[in-house]
Design a protein around this ligand. Structure first.
Ligand code: PA5
Length: 423
């Protein structure tokens, strides 16, 4: 595995004996997941998806992406939750690889946002991708209504058909019915994969292929993680190490996990992680509250609370060995700011010292922490990272005794909103 997990700053909080005592529960969670005998087993299609996905399908998707790019200035991706955040996170992470600008809609109900977006898009050659697994979610459904009208005013019917792509359930849902009726191109979302686990299905891969992202690389990385995160040996399986540490910290009252990155390109991966972990664990009165920070920016705001606030927090740092681009700090004759000590060095050198200092200071302040290090910002690494987190949350959910693959609580607000809307 190219991704590394460092647990040095858990010392004094978790002992080798704690891991040893947890082993029978980890082994049971492992068996339940791999044999599909645990809770929510019908939604574990993501587990062997990378190895099942054929290269030929990925090549077709890549060619399809090129075909769309030949006739578009930009892509508008409509969707929310699992049908949105992974796409946006991938584009931010892989910003250097993106070949087509991508805009997003349907992830909020803000009129102002949509008004300004459509204004920006009015003179551009536009392709629209609507993603909704259920095909019935309010936010993307309403955005699509408005955008469909905008597209109808912009394009003749035959051209319109080529410019709207629907990704949804193969048989049911309103979006499927609309696509069938209007003759829009469609891609199916796997039945056995929940929204938050769907970034490596057509829900994520189709818009990413259109944006010019190396979708084959993403899946190749996920395949590698699939192999390595399937091993029962705790000393070799970092997904299980991460799940076990999170569980043991939770049993000590560390009920908040802060995922802190020192790299802007991972701030939306943190958002993706929040949905994955929050929706998977937060049920039956249980679950770690996942939150995230962007350092060093947030060290100047939330740093105080982490260093000296209530000791119910643990932290996971997300850092990169290679930041991707150099930015050398110049030598200054006057040296008024006294920073000639780092003249000639890359800014990332300072960033890495900031990380080391923060991890040490927070540990000494009573915040146990781990570090996930990725080697670089490429598609393979991102595919690995996604699969690593998916596997970790599944095992952690089983350790907690919850079904990590459902989200019954999400319905509560919807039912009340529908009542208010008279729907
Ligand atoms: O993880 C989930 O299931 C949710 O966040 C969904 O992804 C989100 O509600 C969007 O659902 P849909 O794709 O059905 O429109």
């Amino acid at each position: 595995m190219d991704i590394k997990l460092d647990r040095e700053y858990l010392k004094g909080f978790i002992t080798q004996n704690d891991y040893k005592n947890l082993m029978p529960a980890i082994e049971k969670a492992h068996r339940d997941l791999e044999n599909r005998t645990g809770k929510g087993a019908e939604f574990t299609g993501w587990l062997d998806l990378p190895r099942k996905m054929e290269d030929a399908v990925l090549d077709e998707l890549t060619a399809f992406g090129q075909e769309i790019r030949d006739h578009a200035d930009c892509l508008l991706s409509i969707g929310i939750g699992g049908s949105y955040v992974g796409i946006h996170a991938s584009l931010e992470f892989l910003i250097s690889d993106q070949k087509l600008p991508v805009y997003f809609a349907g992830h909020n109900l803000s009129s102002g946002y949509l008004y300004h977006l459509l204004n920006t898009l009015k003179d551009k050659r536009l392709t629209v991708v609507v993603i909704s697994k259920s095909g019935t979610t309010t936010e993307p459904a309403l955005a699509f209504r408005i955008i469909k009208q905008f597209m109808k005013e912009k394009y003749m019917p035959e051209e319109l058909k080529k410019r709207i792509i629907c990704i949804t359930d193969p048989k049911k849902g309103a979006l499927r019915s609309i696509a069938n009726k209007e003759g829009y191109r469609t891609f199916p979302i796997n039945d056995d994969v929940g929204g938050r686990f769907s970034v490596l299905t057509p829900a994520g891969l189709v818009p990413l292929a259109i944006a010019g992202i190396d979708v084959k690389g993403l899946i190749q990385g996920a395949r590698k993680a699939q192999d390595q995160c399937s091993m029962m040996d705790l000393s070799k399986n970092i997904a299980y190490q991460y799940a076990a540490a999170r569980y043991l910290l939770y049993t000590q009252g560390k009920t908040i996990e802060v995922l802190s990155t020192f790299y802007q390109r991972m701030s939306l991966v943190e958002e993706w992680w929040k949905q994955l972990f929050g929706e998977s664990e937060g049920k039956d009165g249980k679950g770690v509250f996942p939150t995230s920070l962007s350092f060093t920016t947030d060290l100047h705001s939330m740093g105080q609370l982490i260093q000296e606030g209530q000791r119910n927090i643990f932290e996971t740092f997300l850092i990169a060995e290679d930041s991707g681009h150099e930015c050398i700090i110049p030598y200054d004759e006057d040296n008024v700011d006294a920073f000639n000590c780092v003249a000639g060095k890359d800014l990332d050198y300072v960033n890495k010292q900031a990380y080391k200092a923060t991890a040490m200071a927070h540990f000494e302040g009573g915040v146990p922490n781990m570090t996930i290090t990725i080697p670089r910002f490429d598609a393979r690494t991102l595919g690995q990272l996604y699969y690593f987190f998916e596997k970790a949350v599944a095992i952690k959910g089983y350790l907690l005794g919850v079904n990590p693959f459902d989200q019954p609580g999400v319905e509560a607000y919807k039912n009340k909103m529908f009542a208010l809307l008279g729907r």
